[in-house]
Write a protein that binds this ligand. Structure first.
Ligand code: ADP
Length: 161
């Protein structure tokens, strides 16, 4: 039984994240998406909003669940009995930081390994930050985020005007 965690800010979840979730859920038995409480970042969406957007977007995948967490990813993984951390790699620019994170986590806990999925080409440029920027100027984001997230983003920017 292989359990994995997929940690991130998911502010908001994008089609790039969902692609990684779908592919990872096929190779592990159980996948827990960890939505990070990051005091250093001021997120656009609340923790509840971020979690429920992911839950809605992946509700058809039976072996995935979503949970908020704070602190070290390895502790979150241990709490769930997970031995694998899933991360996505978009470009060479992600590589250095991701490698450092993976090595740090492995040195904290030898039993935990990081499994990388390279992004599908159509999402290689995609990040939550880019999506928010495009949405802010009223451009079309329908192919970049799940439908429920697109609706939420549209509402957010309309309400803020
Ligand atoms: P963080 O704040 O930890 O970078 P993110 O929510 O931005 O969290 O991303 C979580 C994980 O998803 C990271 O491993 C990141 O590289 C990966 N990821 C983000 N966007 C994409 C994408 N478009 N394709 C594949 N992986 C992605």
């Amino acid at each position: 039984m292989v359990k994995a965690v997929y940690p991130g800010s998911f502010d908001p979840v994008t089609c790039g994240h969902v692609d990684i979730i779908r592919r990872a859920a096929r190779v592990v038995d159980e996948l827990i998406i960890g939505v990070l409480v990051n005091s250093a970042k001021q997120p656009m969406f609340s923790m509840d909003e971020r979690c429920s957007m992911i839950e809605e977007a992946v509700k058809d995948i039976s072996n995935v669940k979503v949970e908020a967490f704070e602190g070290l990813t390895v502790n979150f993984a241990k709490k769930h009995g997970a031995s694998v951390i899933i991360r996505g790699l978009r470009a060479v620019t992600d590589f250095e930081n991701e490698m450092q994170l993976a090595q740090t986590n492995h040195s904290i806990d030898n039993d935990i390994d990081t499994l990388f999925f390279t992004t599908s080409l159509e999402y290689a440029f995609l990040s939550s930050t880019i999506v928010k920027e495009i949405a802010c100027y009223g451009s079309d984001i329908t192919n970049l985020v799940p439908d429920n997230v697109a609706a939420k983003l549209k509402k957010k920017f309309k309400d803020n005007k």
